[in-house]
Design a protein around this ligand. Structure first.
Ligand code: HEM
Length: 379
C-alpha cells in the first residue's frame, strides 16, 4: 500500500461524513488495491463491484472463519449455493411482495402515531423519534412478536445494532421460544408461515428459522433507519427538492432511489475469493477478503451523469445499494415502502422540517454503514 492511500482502520469524522472524495481518488488511481491493514482487497469501480456481486462462484459470501457462536451462521446472507438457493426459495415463498404491500395501512398508522407524539413541538430528533423506532415496530409486527414482548424486543434490537453479544443471544433465545409457541399455535404471522414453508419435501431447520428471524433484524433495521435519516440529509443539502416534492409527491419513489444512490445506507460489503482471480488488472489469490465499495460504485462517473449531485428525479438509476445477483436484498420492497410512507407523511405533516442551524452531526463510526446517530430538526 502506498502512503497516499489512507487505510480505513481509524476513520476520522471527515471521512465518515464525506468518504466520496476518497472514493473518487481510489476509482481513478487505485481501483483495485490490497489494504494491508484491513487485510482486504478494496474494489471501487461500478463495473468491478457489480461483477463481483454477480460472480458468486468465485466470490463467496461464506466467512472462512465463522465466529464461535452458532447463531447467524446459517442465514442466507452468509451462505453460497446450493444452500443459499434452497434457503432463499423457501423464505421468498412467505416474504412476498404481496405480503409487504398488505402492510401499507399498518405502516401508515405506526408512522402517524410516531408523528402524533411530536406534532406541536418545536423540535424533534428525527432518528430517535421516527427513523429508529419505525422499522423495529414494523418487523416485530411482521414476525408476530406479541405486544407485551415488544419492549424487550426493541431493547435487544438496539443491542444487536451495536454488536452486543448478550443482546444477540437474548434475541436468539427469544426466537427459539417464540418458534416453539407458534409450532403449537400457528397464527397469521411470518414465523408461522416460515415453519410451514416447504419445498421439494424440505423445511427450514430450527437453527435456520432462528437465523432467518435474526437476519431480518440485522439486515433490515439500521439500514432502513439510515435510508430515512439520509433522505433528510439530502433534502437539507438540496432544499429546493424538498419544496419540489411537496408540489409533486409522485416523484418520491425516484427521490428515494436517489437517496439510496447518493448517500447509500450500506457503503461496503465483503466477499471471499474461492480461487485465484483477476480483477481490475490485479491478481487476487484464493482465500482473500474483498471489500466492495457500493458507495463508490454509486458515484462512478462512467456510470452516472453528474454523479456528485442529488438529482431528485434521476431515471434510470441503476445503483447497487441493494446489492446485485443472488443475494439482492430480500427486504428491498419493504424498505422502499417504509421510505415512501414515512417521507410522504413528513412532506404533509412536517412541511417545515429542517436541520437545526449549526448542528454538528455525528456519523456512525463505521465505514460500512452511512448515517447519523441523531438528527435534531426544527419543525
Ligand atoms: C434501505 C434499506 C436496506 C438496504 C440499503 C439493504 C441493503 C442490502 C444489501 C446491500 C444486501 C446484499 C448483501 C450481500 O450481497 O452480501 C442485502 C441483503 C439482504 N437484505 Fe437488505 N437492505 C435494506 C433493507 C432490508 C430490509 C427492510 C430487510 C428485511 C426486513 C432486509 C433483508 C435482507 C436480507 C434477508 C438479505 C440477504 C439476502 C440474501 O442473501 O439472499 N434488507 N440488503
Amino acid at each position: 500500500m502506498q502512503a497516499n492511500q489512507p487505510s480505513i482502520t481509524t476513520p476520522n469524522t471527515e471521512l465518515l461524513s464525506n468518504p466520496f472524495p476518497w472514493y473518487a481518488k481510489m476509482r481513478r488511481f487505485s481501483p483495485v488495491f490490497y489494504d494491508a491493514k484491513q487485510q482486504s482487497w478494496m474494489v471501487f469501480r461500478y463495473e468491478d463491484v457489480k461483477q463481483v456481486f454477480a460472480d458468486w462462484q468465485i466470490f463467496s459470501s461464506k466467512t472462512p472463519h465463522p465466529p464461535e457462536q452458532t447463531d447467524l451462521t446459517q442465514s442466507l446472507i452468509s451462505t453460497d449455493p446450493p444452500k443459499h438457493r434452497s434457503l432463499r426459495s423457501l423464505v421468498a415463498k412467505v416474504f412476498t411482495a404481496r405480503r409487504v404491500e398488505e402492510l401499507a395501512p399498518r405502516i401508515t398508522q405506526i408512522t402517524h402515531e410516531l408523528i402524533d407524539k411530536v406534532q406541536g413541538q418545536e423540535r424533534m430528533d428525527f432518528m430517535h423519534d421516527l427513523a429508529i423506532p419505525l422499522p423495529v415496530i414494523v418487523i416485530s409486527e411482521i414476525l408476530g412478536v406479541p405486544i407485551e414482548d415488544q419492549d424487550d424486543f426493541k431493547r435487544w434490537s438496539d443491542g444487536i445494532v451495536v454488536y452486543d453479544p448478550s443482546a444477540l443471544k437474548a434475541m436468539a433465545d427469544y426466537f427459539r421460544h417464540l418458534l416453539g409457541q407458534r409450532r403449537q399455535n400457528p397464527g397469521k404471522d411470518l414465523i408461522s408461515d416460515l415453519i410451514a414453508a416447504h419445498e421439494a419435501g424440505e423445511t427450514l431447520t430450527a437453527q435456520e428459522l432462528v437465523d432467518f428471524c435474526m437476519v431480518l433484524l440485522v439486515a433490515g433495521n439500521e439500514t432502513t433507519t439510515n435510508l430515512l435519516g439520509n433522505a433528510i440529509l439530502c433534502f437539507n443539502e438540496y432544499p429546493e427538492t424538498f419544496e419540489g416534492l411537496k408540489q409533486e409527491p409522485q416523484l418520491l419513489p425516484f427521490a428515494i432511489e436517489e437517496v439510496l444512490r447518493y448517500r447509500s445506507p450500506v457503503q461496503a460489503i465483503e466477499r471471499f475469493t474461492k480461487v485465484e482471480t483477476q480483477l481490475g488488472g490485479q491478481t487476487i489469490p484464493a482465500g482473500q477478503m474483498v471489500t466492495l465499495w457500493i458507495g463508490s460504485a454509486n458515484r462512478d462517473e462512467t456510470q452516472f451523469d453528474r454523479p456528485d449531485q442529488f438529482v431528485v428525479d434521476r431515471n434510470p438509476n441503476p445503483h447497487l445499494s441493494f446489492g446485485n445477483g443472488i443475494h439482492f436484498c430480500l427486504g428491498a420492497p419493504l424498505a422502499r415502502l417504509e421510505g415512501k410512507i414515512v417521507l410522504n407523511a413528513v412532506l404533509k405533516r412536517l412541511p417545515n422540517l429542517h436541520i437545526a442551524p449549526n448542528t454538528a452531526l455525528e456519523f456512525i463510526p463505521s465505514m460500512d454503514l452511512y448515517g447519523v446517530k441523531s438528527l435534531p430538526v426544527l419543525l
